[in-house]
Design a protein around this ligand. Structure first.
Ligand code: G1P
Length: 298
């Protein structure tokens, strides 16, 4: 039975054009923007790897070759660092390559997140799998993905992650209508709506970029018509699954209360960099007093 297998594959959509960061992203994928000394995408692959998902499929597109280079070996650089005895830098360089087996496929048309996930159908096959969106970083000290995998194995359907947001923010997210499940710390999803206006939102629970999906989602995505923004929305396919019957139906959610950083737009990207840097032992102790002084002057 499909739902008895441990989830082992992760899908990371990375085909977006990154127009919010132009001109920085003119010749460089937005996923390669550094968050401190690591490209944003490496945090996401590391999170998948830590949750035991070592088979990663990246859905890329044109001008995304730097992603493949980043997760590949660099023999000359590695040899140079080794000859110099710079083991710490060598370790940092090799870290990205050791995270797992990374595969790449191109999304040929920009038809939306649902369409990007559908590109993974062949690779994933008939197994539950995780989807991690590159704009969302989850603090490595907070647990989310493993909990979601456990819930998927228990419920057999699909699992999303939700986070409470200020109601004024909900129109930037998918939004869920949920009910509690007695005796459990996850909730049942009754309905979902992609980026609703504040007055149409069923709650202030926002969908964040982590999913553990039953493969039935592929059949549903194939039938899903373009929705918001004329794109095939993953949220709409999940809305269908939430209301469906039979194997692979049903959607549950884990409400995340940990630290999430958004690197999707300029302001939140800066906030993510500052938050992470403040807590890094090699930078934080100097950065935080400087920040305080900076703020007091402005
Ligand atoms: C996507 C999803 C949305 C979700 C968001 C989380 O939107 O469509 O439901 O809330 O990711 O980051 P995007 O931000 O890619 O427009």
């Amino acid at each position: 039975m499909t739902q008895n297998r441990r989830v082992i594959k992760a899908v990371i959509p990375a085909a977006g054009l990154g127009t919010r960061f132009l001109p920085a992203t003119k010749a460089m994928p937005k996923e390669m923007l550094p968050v401190l000394d690591q490209p944003a995408i490496q945090y996401v692959v590391a999170e998948a790897s830590k949750a035991g998902l070592k088979d990663v499929l990246m859905i890329t597109g044109r001008s995304k070759r730097a992603l493949e280079d980043h997760f590949d070996r660099v023999p000359f650089m590695e040899a140079t660092l080794e000859a110099k005895g710079d083991t710490e830098k060598l370790r940092r360089v090799q870290e990205a390559t050791d995270l797992g087996e990374i595969h790449y496929i191109r999304q040929k048309d920009p038809k939306g997140l649902g369409h990007a996930v559908l590109c993974a159908k062949q690779h994933v096959g008939d197994e539950a799998f995780a989807v991690l969106l590159g704009d969302d970083l989850i603090d490595e000290r907070d647990e989310l993905l493993s909990t979601m995998i456990d819930v998927q194995e228990k419920t057999g359907g699909s699992v999303i992650a939700l986070m409470e947001v200020d109601p004024s923010q909900i129109s930037a997210y998918g939004c869920a209508d949920v009910t509690a499940v007695e005796g459990e710390d996850y909730v049942r999803v009754n309905g979902l709506v992609e980026k609703p206006a504040i007055e149409d939102a069923p709650s202030n629970l926002a969908v964040i970029g982590r999913y553990v999906l039953h493969p039935r989602v592929f059949d549903v995505l194939e039938e899903t018509k373009p929705g918001r923004g004329n794109e095939i929305q993953l949220t709409d396919a999940l809305e269908t699954l939430a209301a469906a019957d039979g194997e692979g139906s049903g959607v549950h959610a884990v409400v995340f209360r940990g630290r999430r950083y958004d690197t999707g737009d300029k302001l939140s990207y800066l906030q993510a960099v500052i938050s992470l840097a403040s807590e890094r032992p090699d930078i934080g102790p100097e950065l935080v007093p400087w920040l305080k002084e900076f703020v007091s002057k402005h």
